[in-house]
Design a binder for this molecule. Sequence first.
Ligand code: NAI
Length: 250
Amino acid sequence: MERRLAGKTALVTGAGSGIGLAAARRFAAAGARVYFADINLEAARAAAAAAGPGTAAALPMDVSDESSVAAGYAAIAADGPLDIVVANAGIQLFGQDAKVGDLGLAVWERTVAVNQRGAFLTLMHAVRAMEGRGGSIICTGSPTAVVACGQTFTAYSSSKAGVHGLARVAAADYAGAGIRINTVVPGYTETPLVQAIATDPASRAGLVNATMLGRAGTAADLEGIMVYLASDDSAYATGGLFTVDGGLTA
Ligand code: NAI
C-alpha cells in the first residue's frame, strides 16, 4: 500500500457516506490520520472504526452550524496540527429543488446553508488551523455550478457555484501562506445523494448517455484525485477545478 500521506492529519466532512467516505478511507490507507466528520455520527463512527483504530476518528459535525464546526476544529487542534481538509459535506433536495419561480425559500436556504455556508465555515476554520505551516484544502464542487446539465437544480447549482468561487478566491488569498485550495468536480456519481436519479430510469439513462465513457461514476472513481490533491504530488496545483465526470461536461 502506497503511503503518500504518511505523517499527515486530515479532516473530511461528509465522511459517513459516498465520496467523502471513499476519500477518507483512502487517506487512511495512504497513511494519514483521518477525522471522519459527519452530521450522521453513527455512520462516521462505523466508517472510522472500519478504517482502523489509531488512524481514524469519528467527529460529530454539522457544517451548517458555526458552533458545531468550531467545536470540531477545537477537538482536532487539541490533538495536533492539521494538514488536509476536504470540505465535502453536501445535500441535494431532490423533488423540492425547482425552477426559480417555483422554488420555496426554505429549500433554497437549507441547501445554501449546508453546501455554501458549510463550505465557508469549513474553510474559515481550515485556513486558521493551517496558517503558519501550510496545507491542502479540497472542496467538492459540481458540474451544476458551471453548466445546466439538463436538470432543474436552482438551489443546488447556486450553492455549488458559491463553493467554486469561494475556493478560487481563497486559493489566491492563501497561496502566500502555503495553503493550496482546489475543487474536485465529480460528475454523476452513484451515491445515496443521487438515489432519486438512480431509481428513475429515464433520468439515469439521460445522465449516463451524456457521458463519453457511457457509465455512471462511483465514489471510488474520485479517490485518486482526492489523494493527489491532498498529497505533495500536487504542490504546483492551486485554485484549480479538477473534473472527474466521465466526459459529461467536456
Ligand atoms: P452522500 O449523500 O452519499 O454523502 C453526503 C454526506 O454528507 C452524508 O454522510 C451526510 O450525512 C453528510 N452531511 C449532510 N449534511 C451534512 C451537514 N450539515 N454536516 C455534516 N455532514 C453532512 O453524497 P455524495 O454523493 O457523497 O456527495 C458528497 C459531495 O459531492 C456533496 O457535496 C455533493 O454535492 C457532491 N457531489 C456529488 C455528486 C454525485 O453525483 N453524487 C456530483 C457532484 C457533486
